[in-house]
Design a protein around this ligand. Structure first.
Ligand code: GRF
Length: 201
């Protein structure tokens, strides 16, 4: 049985594309019912249109305040009827009202091995810190920024001559494998959350 998923993206949407490709290839048993974006210029919109995925634009700047935007976003998420929401480069923090409305039903990918380097510019943080191993983390979203239960992690080496961009590129290749895999496990009902731990059945 296919699960209904919706993707939230603000920018280029390469992870969104990887998910769409995996659905089309039949490796992820899901139907993508919506792309939700806060950015009317997002390249992710073109990707959605090509794949005939409905686009919902909830433009932050068109609301008088944050509460108005969050109300509209919550309504859009409820109306699209997705069983899983996939954050793929969604550049706004989801308010606690939204997180509480979809417990264990929102996933995020972060370009670092959490709990190291949460927040913005994770790859830059990793290079500046001098770590030798970096990577990406797929996790469930809770009310703590980049802090929810971890589903999958993949690591990559940090090379001597890496800068933020070369490291980001190496991590991104792994993101495109890791995210569809985590979504596949969710869609197959194989993820069991026990406290902070996510067990894979
Ligand atoms: C990725 O590095 C992801 O880990 C982070 O934002 C970036 C989004 O890239 N959350 P893209 O829009 O999927 O290409």
């Amino acid at each position: 049985m296919k699960k209904r998923i919706a993707v939230l993206a603000s920018g280029r949407g390469s992870n969104f594309q990887a998910v769409l490709d995996a659905i089309r290839a039949g490796t992820v048993p899901a139907a993508c019912v919506a792309l939700i974006t806060d950015n009317p210029e997002a390249y992710a919109i073109e990707r959605a249109e090509k794949a005939q995925v409905p686009v919902l634009i909830i433009d932050y700047t068109s609301f008088p305040d944050r509460a108005g935007y969050e109300q509209a976003l919550l309504a859009a998420m409820q109306e699209c009827g997705a069983e899983l929401f996939v954050l793929a480069g969604y550049m706004r923090i989801l308010g606690s009202g939204i997180v509480r409305a979809f417990p264990d039903r929102i996933m995020n990918i972060h370009p670092a091995l959490l709990p190291s380097f949460p927040g913005l510019h994770a790859q830059r943080q990793a290079v500046l810190h001098g770590v030798k191993v970096a990577g990406c983390t797929v996790h469930f979203v809770d009310e703590c920024l980049d802090g929810g239960p971890i589903i999958l992690q993949t690591c990559v080496p940090v090379m001597e001559d890496d800068d933020e961009d070369t490291l980001a590129g190496r991590i991104l290749e792994r993101e495109h494998e890791c995210y569809p895999e985590a979504i596949r496990l969710f869609c197959e009902d194989r993820l069991v959350i026990e406290g902070r731990r996510v067990r894979i059945r």
